[in-house]
Ligand binder design. Structure first.
Ligand SMILES: NC(=O)c1ccc[n+]([C@@H]2O[C@H](COP(=O)([O-])OP(=O)(O)OC[C@H]3O[C@@H](n4cnc5c(N)ncnc54)[C@H](OP(=O)(O)O)[C@@H]3O)[C@@H](O)[C@H]2O)c1
Ligand SMILES: [Zn+2]
Length: 345
């Protein structure tokens, strides 16, 4: 089968269209005929620096996968050929003490599909049967595959770890990415926050964010976003900032918070070791909240909002596997907003 992956770590040019053996389903696994898989910034990190995770070469990425069941292992009774399914890429064993306490992300056997285990930017992928989520007939597999990594991360960060509330004012930094666009919709359409602010880097992206439901968009290339937030909030600051960018946006995010506000992070696209300002942290008595991935019930909760149309994943472009080069380059050049997918017949 075809798969988009690499033979060694390095620049994104190392990605190639591989010819590899089709995987087979183990006794408790299901083989998925992949119809759509979503790109994530993780695909770029995976080839550049995540060599410690990769089990061997060639390796192919792709955590977010939707398709139909092609085959099921001998112990699998819940799924049959042709079922339309989405894969939860946060693979945990579901039976160890950590999983039984509901701490699936701390499972000793935890694997992120497409990062620690060969993924679904391929014609077929084999995954544990318990990782499947049924996709309703009226929801496209493209829409479904856009959800797990970006949406699940934003959901856990805002709903669970960040404890966002309707009376609050929130700021999403770098809001046009996959995580960012889900964060905007979660804050706006699910939590109905009082005022939603967002930063982005171009006027075209700003227009898109206004249409998506952001009340005030700030172009953080042209002006200091913390100064603008300060003006717009009457010099009080916002209750919560969600920042997956890191780098030069970190201290400005702290400056944008009210006393007692929360800075929530689950990513560091522009750098993991930003300058910080400890005086802001203690004088304003800020809370720093880390969040990663999503628990099974959190992803299912989010899927409910997607299936009923409350949240409509933003899918900007789709490509065949053979055009992986254009897709990854555009993502790296920050030309995109929302999600980009590989789609197969
Ligand atoms: N911990 C987890 O479980 C988890 C899960 C998913 C993602 N993440 C992390 O979250 C971050 C966002 O992921 P994503 O898939 O949403 O990425 P994405 O779709 O590529 O979006 C990244 C966005 O960040 C903004 N940005 C700001 N500075 C940037 C820079 N120097 N280079 C590139 N983009 C920059 C851009 O938006 P503007 O032009 O609007 O600024 C861009 O659209 C990544 O760091 C990813 O690794 C973590
Ligand atoms: Zn476990």
């Amino acid at each position: 089968m075809q798969a988009v992956g690499f033979h060694e770590h390095g620049p994104i040019e190392n990605y190639e269209l591989l010819r590899v053996d089709r995987p087979t389903a183990g006794p408790e696994e299901v083989l998925i005929d992949v119809k759509a898989s979503a790109l994530n910034y993780m695909d770029l990190f995976a080839v550049r620096e995540l060599d410690h995770y990769v089990p061997g070469y060639p390796f192919w990425t792709g955590g977010d996968v939707a398709g139909t069941v092609a085959d099921a292992g001998e112990s699998v009774t819940a799924w049959e050929e042709g079922d339309r399914v989405l894969v939860n890429p946060y693979l945990s064993c579901r039976s160890c003490p950590a999983c039984e306490r509901g701490e699936h992300l701390s499972c000793p056997d935890f694997e992120m599909l497409g990062e620690m285990r060969r993924g679904g930017h391929a014609e077929f992928v084999a995954v544990p049967a318990h990782a499947l989520i049924p996709v309703p007939d009226d929801v496209s597999l493209e829409t479904a595959c856009a959800v797990p990594t970006a949406g699940g991360t934003a959901w856990r960060a805002l709903a669970t770890r960040g404890d966002l509330r309707p009376t609050e004012e929130a700021l999403i930094v770098g809001a046009t990415g996959g995580v960012g666009t889900f964060a905007v919709q979660i804050a706006d359409a699910v939590f109905n926050v009082d005022t939603l602010y967002a930063t982005t880097s171009t006027e075209a992206k700003a227009e898109f964010l206004r249409d998506l439901g952001v009340d005030h968009v700030i172009n953080y290339v042209e002006e200091s976003f913390s100064k603008r937030i300060w003006e717009l909030t009457g010099e009080t600051g916002v209750d919560a900032v969600y920042n997956c960018v890191g780098g030069p946006t970190w201290t400005d995010s702290m400056r944008s918070l009210r006393d007692g506000g929360r800075l929530i992070t689950s990513g560091a696209t522009a750098g993991p070791n930003p300058e910080t300002e400890l005086r802001l942290l203690f004088i304003r008595q800020l809370d720093l909240v880390g969040s990663s991935g999503a628990l099974p019930h959190e992803l299912e909760e989010l899927c409910g909002y997607v299936w009923d149309g409350t949240i409509e994943p933003v899918i900007q472009e789709t490509y065949p596997l053979s055009e992986y080069d254009t897709a990854f380059r555009k993502m790296d050049d920050r030309e995109l907003y929302g999600k980009v997918l590989f789609v197969q017949d």
